[in-house]
Design a protein around this ligand. Structure first.
Ligand code: SF4
Ligand code: FES
Length: 246
């Protein structure tokens, strides 16, 4: 019988299957590595860099680095927390995030990861970009001020919903999320609030109308427990490392 291959993550052996990334294997083992553009249901594309870890001494993205036997991976170090804090601070100043007034507060992954890495203030100068809010759809609204360009909605709409409602246009500082219609309005698309693309946004960018503050503050997903406990590790079945919420 062959032995299960593993790498070590912060000194702990983590088994993996052929073709798994460090992130996927860690998630299956119930170990949280901070992430935003990664979602276990989609092919990773490594854009947010929040999942940076040290692999045999080199900084790499855990969501796109293939697992290999014998690798020594570090995640929970002060050096990496500082790098992640810096990335999150840049994400916060690059958009307009008003957490206390956001319908997603307490259920927002961006906010929850920032708490997890100990980000207390934005540190950098705010860009205050002028971005629109699209309320043209009868059941959903897009507040582009809160978009971090993770492209999860793009991937979900294209790969699961088969609609291609969203795209990212431009590069670098000019990059922005757009709606794929001549008018650029969500109301002109086939988007439905039952689409996968309506469920995956890690921030409060894509919101369902008429239920903004459905769950009271203090009782939302990350109000009581950190994202490392109730994030997508917990959404997995227990057989794949998922944890119970109670
Ligand atoms: S709308 Fe949400 S899911 Fe889509 S790119 Fe922006 S942050 Fe990501
Ligand atoms: S989660 Fe790995 S780069 Fe975004």
């Amino acid at each position: 019988m062959s032995e299960q291959v593993h790498f070590t993550l912060d000194g702990r052996p983590v088994p993996f299957q052929d073709g798994q990334t460090l992130m996927a294997a860690a998630l299956d083992a119930g170990v949280y590595i901070p992430h935003l553009c990664f979602n276990p249901e989609f092919t990773p594309h490594g854009s947010c860099r929040v999942c940076l870890v040290k692999v045999n001494g080199r900084v790499q993205a855990a969501c796109t680095t293939p697992a290999a036997a014998g690798l020594t991976v570090q995640s929970e170090t002060e050096e990496l927390r500082e790098i992640r804090r810096g990335i999150l601070q840049m994400l916060f100043v690059e958009g307009n995030h008003v957490c206390p007034a956001c319908e997603k507060s307490g259920a927002c992954q961006l906010q929850a990861v920032a708490y997890y890495v100990g980000m207390l203030a934005p540190h950098y100068t705010h860009f205050y970009p002028r971005r629109p809010v699209d309320a043209s759809h009868p059941e959903a609204v897009i507040d582009f001020n809160r978009c971090i360009l993770c492209e999860l909605c793009v991937r979900a709409s294209r790969d699961v919903d088969g609609k291609n409602v969203f795209a990212v246009q431009g590069r670098g500082i000019q990059a922005r999320l757009v709606v794929n219609t001549p008018s650029g309005q969500l109301g002109a698309t086939q988007f439905s609030i039952h689409d996968k693309a309506a469920q995956v946004c890690p921030t409060g960018t894509i919101l369902i109308k008429h239920r903004g503050y459905e769950t009271p503050i203090g009782q939302r997903l990350y109000d009581r427990k950190p994202i490392s406990v109730v994030g997508d590790v917990a959404q997995l079945p227990e057989s794949r490392g998922g944890r119970r919420h109670d």
